[in-house]
Structure formats: C-alpha cells, structure tokens
Design a protein. Sequence first.
Length: 154
Amino acid sequence: MTLELQITITLQLIVAALLSMIIGMDRERNQKSAGLRTHMLTGVGACLFTTLSFHAFPAGDPTRIASNIVTGIGFLGAGTIVRRGNEAGDLTTAASIWSTAAVGMAVGTNAWFLAVSSTLIIWSILAVIRLFEHNKIVEIREKVTTLDETTTNN
C-alpha cells in the first residue's frame, strides 16, 4: 500500500470521525450509555475496515468484510440495550451506533456526499424528531392529568 494511499485513507478516517462526532454529540448531550467517543470509534473503525477490504485485500471479496462489520456492530449495539422491567431502553442509541457504522462505511468507499447527507439525516432524526416525541408525551400527560383531575372532582 503506497504512502499516498495511506494518507488518503487517513483523511477518510478524519472525515468519518467528524461525521460520527456529529451523531455522537446528540447521544452524549442526552447522557446515553454510548456517547461521543463510542460513536466516533464506531465510524472510524467501520471506515478503516471498509477501506482495508478494498485496498489491502484487492483479490478478496470486500462484501465479506462489510457484512462482518454489520454483524459486529449489531453485537455492540445489543450491548447498549438495557432492560427495565418489561421494556427495553436505549434502542435509539443502539440504532445510532449501527447507523454511524454505515456512515463510516460510506466514507470508506469514497461516497462522501452519501456520508454527509446520511449524517444530517441521522442527526435530524435524533435531535429534531425527539422534539416532536417529547411534545407528544407532554400533551398526553397533560390530558391524562386533566382527565384524572376531572374524575377526582366528580
């Protein structure tokens, strides 16, 4: 592997780290079990595995490494899921780890536009959609509280 190619791959790893950081910042801000560093490491690792599958093993099948990345990240994501009674928590964090690996893989295949646009979409889902979910929960709680007060007063 030439030095020029290694420098190019290093730049890809930096881009993967930056894009993964955007996703991880949301999880960190919300104090989730897998935060900034986990997401950054996931994106960088997936990027490195992907680029190595193309450049270090040119005669090999790059889809084998890609499929194993997905499997490995699934295992990592499963480790973040916490069971509380009958409910499972941190599913969104697990999904964000999985998505971050896909961003890293996109960078590793030189699909820069796809990686950037995916990062923006993932961040929007995590940060913006949460506002709608939160507002809906608040509305439902207010309705239940009002209903309880009405029932109690009658």
